[in-house]
Design a protein around this ligand. Structure first.
Ligand code: C2E
Ligand code: MG
Ligand code: MG
Ligand code: MG
Length: 288
C-alpha cells in the first residue's frame, strides 16, 4: 500500500511538474510577441541621497502587461527570457527605451539599467550600447549599468573586457544585489565598478538585526576603503534609513523613498518637439 501511495505521490508531482513546464513554455511563446504587441514598459524607482533625500537618479525596471494574464512580474519572465534566449532582444529594447526616455527628462538625472549575463557576454553588447547612446543623444555619463556578481562568473575574462570598453564609452557600472552572489571581495578589485548596491535582504530590519547590521557595516567599510559609493536597496522604513544615514551610507532606494512608477509621477518630461511638429499642424493655420 505504501508503495502504491508513493507511486501516486510521484505521479502527482510528475503531473504538477509537467503543468509547470507547459506553463513556462506558453509564457515563453507569448513573451516572443510581447515587444511587438507593445506589452512591455518601463517603470522608474528613485535613488536618493540618504541625508537630504534628494533624488539623484532612477532605476529602470521592466514591466510586462499581458493582455489576458495582466501584469507578469520580472522575477517570473526574466528567467524565462534568459532560459529561452529572448533576453538579448528584451534587454536591448529596455536599454534603448530607457535611454530614449531619460534623454527627455527635464532634469539630467542618471538612469540605471539592469544588464543580464547573456547581454554582458554578447560580442555585440558594447557596440549596441554605443549606438543607442548616439541615437538617443543621452550623455554616457547619465547611464549606469547594473550588473550582478553572477554575471561575471560565466567568463570573467570576457566580462572584464566588456566592462572596460563600456567604461571607455563613459558609462558607469554598478554591482547589483551585492552580498547575494558569490560575493568575493576580489570581484570589487578586479572589475571596474563605480558603485556597490547592497541587496535589500540585508537592509530589512537592519536597525534591530545585529547580523544584518554587521554585514551592512562591513560593506560600507569596503566601499569607503575602495572609494566606491554604496547604495542600500529595499529601504522600507524610517528606522532603516536613519541607520544608513548614521553609518554614512550615501544613497538609498526603496519603497520609503518611492515605488517603481511611471516617470511622470516623479519628473516632468519634455515633449518631443520634432514629433509634435510633424504630427499636428500649427494651430493658426486655418486663419487667413
Ligand atoms: P533588482 O535589479 O535588484 O531591482 C530591485 C527590485 O526590488 C525591483 O523588483 C524593485 O521593485 C524591488 N524593490 C524596490 N524597493 C523595494 C522595497 O523597498 N522592498 C521590496 N521588498 N522590494 C523593493 P522588480 O521590479 O520586481 O524586479 C526584480 C528583478 O528583476 C530586478 O532586481 C532585476 O534583477 C530584474 N529586472 C527588472 N527589470 C529588468 C530589466 O529590464 N532587465 C533585466 N535583465 N532584469 C530586470
Ligand atoms: Mg537592479
Ligand atoms: Mg538589486
Ligand atoms: Mg535583485
Amino acid at each position: 500500500r505504501a508503495k502504491a501511495e508513493g507511486r501516486g505521490t510521484y505521479r502527482f508531482f510528475e503531473a504538477a511538474m509537467g503543468e509547470q513546464m507547459r506553463d513556462r513554455r506558453r509564457l515563453e511563446h507569448e513573451l516572443r510577441f510581447a515587444i511587438a504587441k507593445q506589452e512591455l514598459s518601463l517603470v522608474y524607482q528613485p535613488q536618493a541621497r540618504t541625508n537630504s533625500r534628494e533624488i539623484v537618479g532612477f532605476e529602470a525596471l521592466v514591466r510586462w502587461h499581458h493582455e489576458e494574464r495582466g501584469p507578469v512580474p520580472p522575477s517570473v519572465f526574466i528567467p524565462i527570457a534568459e532560459e529561452y534566449g529572448l533576453i538579448l532582444q528584451i534587454g536591448e529594447w529596455v536599454l534603448r527605451q530607457a535611454c530614449k526616455e531619460a534623454a527627455r527628462w527635464e532634469r539630467p538625472l542618471s538612469v540605471a539599467v539592469n544588464v543580464s549575463t547573456a547581454q554582458l557576454h554578447s560580442p555585440n553588447f558594447v557596440r549596441i550600447t554605443r549606438e543607442i547612446l548616439m541615437q538617443t543623444g543621452l550623455p554616457p555619463s547619465r547611464l549606469e549599468l547594473e550588473i550582478t556578481e553572477t554575471a561575471l562568473i560565466r567568463d570573467p575574462g570576457r566580462a572584464l573586457i566588456a566592462l572596460r570598453q563600456l567604461k571607455e564609452l563613459g558609462v558607469r557600472i554598478a554591482m547589483d544585489d551585492f552580498g547575494t552572489g558569490y560575493s568575493s571581495l576580489t570581484n570589487l578589485l578586479a572589475f571596474p565598478f563605480d558603485k556597490i548596491k547592497i541587496d535589500g535582504s540585508f537592509i530589512k530590519s537592519v536597525h534591530v538585526n545585529r547580523h544584518a547590521a554587521t554585514i551592512v557595516r562591513a560593506v560600507l567599510g569596503l566601499g569607503h576603503g575602495l572609494e566606491l559609493p554604496v547604495l542600500a536597496e529595499g529601504v522600507e522604513t524610517e528606522e532603516e534609513l536613519a541607520f544608513l544615514c548614521a553609518e554614512s551610507c550615501q544613497e538609498a532606494q526603496g519603497y520609503l523613498l518611492g515605488k517603481p512608477q511611471a516617470i511622470e509621477k516623479y519628473l516632468h518630461v519634455t515633449t518631443d518637439r520634432s514629433a509634435e511638429d510633424t504630427l499636428s499642424p500649427p494651430a493658426h493655420e486655418s486663419n487667413p
